[in-house]
Design a protein around this ligand. Structure first.
Ligand code: ADP
Length: 382
């Protein structure tokens, strides 16, 4: 272990995740999450109280932030808009520009800015760096990033497909190439990031050519609480016919939809036991999730033409062998064959495809905190 560390902060509206990472060895020195920020009964009224609580938790682990070789604080920021696509040192001017992007990501950027504000106040002597979830997808090919809507309106309001979870898709696609012993630049791949938020990407030679999320993280796969793809006509229909306001519809699509909306449960471990006990709504939610996932896999195989490897990552992707099996079942003609034994055993980065499978299938644990920490070091080293 080196004597350098980076504090990585992922500040959401009601939770603040933190991790102290050794950027050289990749070892996590401490990690935690402060939840229920600002909720009525909570003892954590705001982001400042949350960050102070995080510091106390580190203190309980015997870590003094002023004496642990802290070289930077890395902040995950969901939306970089058209303006930010590199790790960026945070100063007053950058923060002012980030504030202007908040309308593009009203659910995500304001809490990140709150976290940045208090972290700069409490740790004023180290550089603070923003790492953007959109960055990896900045140069998505024009055909993949463009919505087929009025061009002038789209330009004026910066409407394009931005893509999210970029830190994870970049990290996992690099790891997958490394696992295969091939240069990143040589591999055509699909990455399936399946957590509470879920997204897919197609990556050619280290450059993304498609991804499932769009202007916001709402598009694409069915998620824990987000609908994923939906006819935008549903929005105007609800507005007009059900007399719901814009914010109510937005909340419904982001927080009360997806697997949660269909089954009343978003955690796949509990969803599985509900299915086993005969819950029809849980089964339908699961089937809709798998159906959408298979549609995207098929689409991305066509976008790629030739695919070398498919990787599963994040909470569900790394741990749910049944999801992995059903996502790829019956695709032998497309060159995909899982090995049941490999799929249901093992841990860490591993191959789960059969030896004869033309396309390799891997499980690759993501590590967004390490990737953010390394981005910070990269920026500071110039
Ligand atoms: P996020 O970072 O988006 O909050 P994660 O990548 O941590 O989400 O994924 C969380 C989800 O992963 C949980 O809600 C749960 O559905 C799923 N999950 C975690 N562990 C398991 C497991 N052992 N089996 C099945 N699903 C799991």
């Amino acid at each position: 272990m080196s004597d350098r560390s980076v504090l990585v902060i992922n500040s959401g509206s009601s939770s603040l995740k933190f991790q102290l990472v050794d950027p050289d060895s990749g070892v996590s020195r401490a990690a935690g999450v402060v939840e229920q920020i600002g909720e009525k009964s909570a003892e954590v009224p705001d982001h400042e109280a949350a960050l102070r609580r995080a510091f106390d938790m580190l203190d309980d682990d015997g870590i003094d932030l002023h004496d642990c070789g802290l070289v930077a604080v890395g902040h995950r920021v969901v939306h970089g808009g058209n303006r930010f696509h590199e790790p960026t040192r945070l100063d007053d001017q950058v923060i002012a520009e980030l504030k202007k992007l908040s309308p593009l990501a009203p659910l995500h950027n304001p809490p990140a800015l709150a976290g940045i504000g208090v972290a700069r106040k409490l740790l004023p002597d180290v550089p603070h760096v923003a790492v953007f979830d959109t960055a990896f997808f900045h140069e998505l090919p024009a055909a993949a990033q463009t919505y087929a809507i009025d061009r002038e309106l789209a330009e004026r309001w910066q409407i394009r497909r931005y893509g999210f979870h970029g830190t994870s898709h970049e990290f996992v696609s690099r790891q997958a190439a490394e696992f295969l012993g091939r240069p990143w630049s040589d591999v055509n791949q699909i990455v399936l990031h399946l957590g509470n938020g879920a997204s897919a990407s197609a990556v050619v030679g280290g450059r993304p050519v498609e991804t499932s999320m769009g202007l916001t993280p709402l598009e694409g796969l069915v998620m824990g609480t987000r609908s994923g793809d939906i006819d935008p006509g549903v929005f105007s229909y609800l507005w007009r016919a059900a007399d719901l306001g814009v914010e109510e519809i937005e909340t419904m699509l982001n927080k009360q939809s997806g697997v949660q909306g269909l089954a009343g449960e978003r955690d796949f471990r509990r969803l599985r036991s509900m299915i086993e006990s005969g819950d029809a709504a849980a089964k339908l939610a699961y089937d809709v999730f798998i159906h959408r996932l298979r549609k995207y896999i098929g689409a991305y195989l066509a976008v790629l033409g030739h695919c070398d490897v498919i990787s599963f990552t994040a909470g569900i992707g790394e741990h749910d062998a049944v999801v992995r099996r059903e996502a790829l079942a019956g695709l032998g003609e497309l060159g995909i064959e899982l090995d049941d034994e490999r799929n249901t055993t093992g841990s860490g980065a591993r191959r789960i495809s059969a030896d004869g499978s033309r396309i390799a299938v891997l499980v690759v644990p993501t590590d967004e905190e390490l990737a953010i920490a390394r981005d910070c070091i990269g920026l500071l080293n110039g």
